[in-house]
Write a protein that binds this ligand. Structure first.
Ligand code: NOJ
Length: 504
């Protein structure tokens, strides 16, 4: 445990004046700035050069009456990756986080059949990044499970642990000499909580599949981490983490029930993944184990719907990450649920209602409002509970409508980075910050209607033309100056390359 001198004072400042303190705080040298994307959301080329079908390809093609398939072309990064890297050079970022499409490299899901053109695509992207001194951060799995594996039960099947491990080995063998930052799985809490808070995946078997998924995803992650540790780390010296969605949750008002609801919500949505990896004892949180066991019994189940982790599982998972990838967007206020959830279900197990404050600025996504102090509070919570884990902010972002003038995004970035500087000052170990997203893309079920990009993508043009928004210049300025100048605006939207080419 460390002694942090300024916590009390800063917490007070945060609560009372919303970070209004005049000292200038800097991001120290070595702090990494980046932007992110994910394969399904940007690549397009959904069936080109031997790529197989993912659950998302399948989902959007399953009812052509109902869906257009926004990911078929998406931002067409498969053909535009050089322009993407040029944009990263314009921003002057240190890191680009992107994901590999499992079915582009292993079209049938299993490692028995590799797709060379797919593997080459990522070689080209990685080489282009390195040529310009930008570190690739590779997410191995960002929601796009091979459909073949979904037919076999997906993450509910215990063999999913091996399928993922085999896939991960293909990626390490091919790219470990060039990639130093790895993320095994993006937002396991969204992958597994399919039916409730984020609506990211096709329907599940409620209240059972979620927990099978949680167990298998954790084991798949841990086995991959141990494989890297044993077979690759010494030679290549990279690091492996996992990205968890950690939006802050606090009581709507200070009643005992609301305080309890906040703890329940936090433990079920992220404690489930953080506790097994970062706590001293490992395993799922006690609160979750007790609550699901009690409900399962009442519902007539012979055993808890939450599968247990064995002693060996707990040992394998504990400490299996070099950094905690934090995906943080917003804050929610908690109170006990008024009911109405299917029984059994994850939502019923949690039974917490979420609200927000009227005065928080609304983005173009219904679930996303700006409450920057939440990032500060989330960091302090993690420090206290998990003894100062090393954090990489792997996502933080804001959605708008179309248009190049996006003052609300600039303000969001400035305020969240300011909150992050406070969290760092109060002892949080942060390696870097990655803005979601480099460019507009397919926001899953919302299609292209919610724009998260620093660059606008013209989805009506065959070239998917990219143009820098005002916020791109604001972010560039922060990266250059390493301070947040609140209210700073560019005079025009001209952006030029600032990243120097390196010799390989
Ligand atoms: C988190 C997910 O990782 C990403 O795919 C999504 O686009 C953003 N949140 C915004 O919703």
């Amino acid at each position: 445990m460390r002694v942090i001198l300024s916590t009390g004072i800063l917490s007070l400042l945060v609560a009372v004046s919303g970070f209004s303190d005049n000292s200038v705080r800097r991001f120290k040298d070595g702090f990494l700035f980046g932007t992110a994307s994910a394969a399904y959301q940007v690549e397009g080329a959904w069936n080109e050069d031997g790529k197989g079908q993912s659950v998302w390809d399948h989902h959007f093609h399953s009812d052509p009456e109902l869906w257009s398939a926004p990911g078929d072309v998406a931002s067409d990064s498969y053909h535009n990756y050089k322009r993407d890297v040029e944009m990263l050079r314009e921003l002057g970022v240190d890191v680009y986080r992107f994901s590999i499409s499992w079915t582009r490299v292993l079209p049938g899901g299993f490692s028995s059949m590799k797709n060379e053109p797919g593997l080459q695509y990522y070689d080209s992207l990685i080489d282009e990044l390195l040529k310009h001194n930008i570190q690739p951060m590779v997410t191995m799995y960002h929601f796009d499970l091979p459909m073949v594996l979904q037919h076999l039960g997906g993450w509910a099947n215990p063999y999913s642990i091996e399928w993922f491990e085999d896939y991960a080995r293909v990626l390490f063998d091919r790219y470990a000499s060039k990639v130093k930052y790895w993320i095994t799985i993006n937002q396991p809490n969204s992958v597994c909580e399919v039916e409730n808070f984020e609506n990211h995946l096709p329907k599940s078997t409620k209240g059972v599949m979620d927990y099978l998924c949680a167990k298998h995803v954790l084991l798949a992650h841990a086995r991959t981490y141990r494989m890297y540790e044993k077979e690759y780390k010494k030679k290549y010296g990279g690091s492996v983490g996992i990205s968890i969605s950690v939006n802050w949750a606090e009581p709507a008002t200070n009643t005992t029930e609301n305080v309890e609801a906040a703890e329940i919500y936090r433990e079920f949505t992220y404690g489930m993944y953080l506790n097994p990896i970062w706590s001293k004892s490992g395993d799922f949180p006690k609160l979750v184990k007790d609550r699901v066991a009690k409900k399962s019994k009442e519902q007539g189940f012979v055993r808890s719907r939450l599968p247990s982790l064995t002693k060996d599982d707990i040992k394998l998972i504990k400490g299996s990450a070099d950094f905690l990838g934090l995906n943080h967007y917003t804050t929610f206020l908690t109170s006990p649920s008024k009911g109405g959830h299917p029984v059994p279900s994850f939502a019923d197990d949690v039974s917490v209602d979420l609200t927000t404050k009227e005065e928080w600025k609304q983005s173009h996504s219904a679930w996303l409002k700006s409450a920057p102090y939440g990032l500060y509070k989330a960091c302090l919570h993690l420090n206290k509970r998990y003894d100062y884990p090393t954090i990489f902010i792997t996502e933080n972002g804001w959605s708008t409508d179309k248009g190049l003038q996006d003052p609300s995004r600039s303000e969001y970035i400035q305020q969240y980075l300011k909150a992050l500087l406070f969290a760092i000052e109060d002892g949080t170990e942060v390696l870097g910050y990655i803005y979601w997203s480099l460019m507009d893309n397919v926001e899953w079920m919302a299609g292209t209607s919610e724009r998260f990009g620093l660059y606008e993508v013209d989805f009506d043009s065959p070239e998917r033309t990219r143009t820098a928004r005002q916020s791109a210049l604001v972010y560039k300025r922060i990266i250059q100056k390493r301070v947040v100048e609140e209210g700073w605006k560019p005079n025009n939207l001209k952006i030029t390359v600032s990243k120097v080419k390196t010799e390989l």
